[in-house]
Design a protein around this ligand. Structure first.
Ligand code: GLU
Ligand code: MG
Length: 432
């Protein structure tokens, strides 16, 4: 690209990708000095309201500093110019990290994981979404006809993701009406969360250009199927060391390190869910028998678990230690991926510090066995209250970030107050 624009963006507390464009002719200056940004933008909610009473007011200036490693090209097509999208860190005018920056929140958590525990995390965000428009709507779940009905969108999406270096793994027609799923290869923590931010924008942009509308809403219709974001993650020794989650002799084959990390996530589940499923409709998805997550427990290969021990392949000489990982199931695409991975790491670190392993429910456990496990927060207000009441979790956040998060989320609740659940779900779906 020699002419046109580049777009420099952050992903905010409402998981909206917002930023500014600069001409390609100024790329060098833009990479060096970023583009301007406003602190109060962090207080925008998903409906575009600026949260009154935010701590920033009308003053202050920031820079959005593009990270060249995140750049993706959206190619030109007839009638639509191409562009290059960069994800950015939010900094002060001197380039110093800004405490409100969600990407900085993840960076700091990853640094602490390395320094305090000698560990790194690799992750992959598995996304479901619904595609409206086109011919795929009524075709059966998982069917070839559903996949073909969504062409050329499906093939174009896989190609775009490959060209953008996001390493797509599978593209599939899912269970719900018009629902699809896309999975990517795992990547080191920051890159994995960056990929999740980019993936959603690539899907939405391509869908629009192919005459569809894509929605990643947690649940577009309360009587139907939800769209999850399942976060697959594994821990490794820092500095390129090997995987540390596998122990052939332990319950669920989960090592002591992995079981303690998981215990932290379970212990702080209320606060974690406030961040990972943070829209007014998110809790409607997180109810039992939806295979989203039906309770706060860790279980082997169980799709109702908050933390699922994912299966390993035993075909050929596949090494289980390199494959064994956990899947956190209670996230959705109304959550900021940097914050999602950041709170999982923070909760896991708390678990490592406590050193107590989580209870592993084996694959043979029945629903009756699991009935005594705690439920997830029943609503967003309940989840936000759990976050505020959790002294440890509050300490994970710079104060202005936590305060703004809570304020933004409460203004979203105000925006939909009194709406019947169908309308509430639709309103959230229209944004995401
Ligand atoms: N749609 C389910 C969810 O809301 C996930 C189904 C699956 O296991 O893929 O999380
Ligand atoms: Mg799925």
């Amino acid at each position: 690209m020699t002419t046109g624009t580049v777009f420099v963006a952050t992903c905010d507390l409402a998981a909206q990708v917002r930023g500014r464009a600069a001409p390609v002719s100024r790329l060098e200056q833009t990479l060096r000095g970023g583009v301007g940004w406003v602190p109060a933008n962090l207080a925008l909610n998903c409906f575009g309201d600026l949260a009154a009473g935010n701590v920033f007011g009308s003053v202050g200036d920031l820079r959005l500093m593009p990270d060249p490693a995140t750049a993706i090209v959206l190619p030109a097509e007839e009638g639509t110019p191409g562009t290059r999208l960069y994800l950015a860190d939010q900094t002060g005018l001197d380039g110093s990290p800004w405490p409100g920056c969600p990407r900085g929140f993840l960076r700091a958590a990853l640094d602490d994981l390395r320094e305090r525990a000698g560990l790194e995390i690799h992750a992959s965000f598995e996304h479901e979404f619904m595609l409206e428009g086109g011919q795929q709507g009524d075709a059966p779940p998982f069917s070839f006809q559903r996949a073909r009905g969504a062409e050329p969108f499906g093939t174009d999406l896989v190609t775009l993701l490959e060209d953008a270096g996001l390493e797509p793994e599978t593209w599939l027609p899912e269970y719900g009406p018009g629902q699809f799923e896309i999975t990517l290869r795992p990547a080191p923590g920051l890159a994995a969360a960056d990929r999740a931010v980019l993936l959603r924008e690539i899907v939405r942009d391509l869908a629009r250009r192919r005459g569809h509308r894509a929605t990643f809403a947690p649940i577009a219709d309360p009587d139907s199927v939800g769209n999850g974001v399942h976060v697959h993650f594994s821990l490794r020794r820092a500095g390129g060391g090997g995987p540390v989650m596998y122990d052939a002799d332990a319950p669920g084959r989960l090592s002591a390190v992995a079981a303690a990390f998981a215990a932290g996530v379970l212990e702080h589940a209320g606060a974690v869910v406030a961040v990972t499923a943070p829209s007014p409709s998110s809790s409607i998805r997180l109810t039992p028998h939806r295979w989203s997550s039906g309770g706060v427990f860790l279980a082997e290969r169980n799709r109702e678990a908050l933390l699922r021990i994912a299966p390993t392949l035993a075909i050929g000489d596949a090494d289980p230690a390199a494959q064994l990982h956990l899947e956190y199931r209670a996230a959705d695409a109304t959550a900021n991926p940097w914050l999602v991975l950041g709170v999982l790491v923070r909760a896991g670190l708390a678990g490592l510090a406590a050193g107590e392993p989580a209870r592993v429910w084996l694959e043979s456990s029945s629903e009756a066995d699991l009935a005594g496990e705690p439920p997830l927060p029943a609503s967003l207000p309940e989840a936000l209250a759990a976050l505020e009441a959790d002294d440890v979790a509050r300490g994970w956040f710079p104060p202005e970030l936590l305060h703004t998060f809570l304020t933004v989320k409460r203004t979203e609740l105000d925006h939909v107050a009194g709406l019947p659940s169908h309308e509430l779900c639709r309103k959230v779906a229209d944004v995401y």
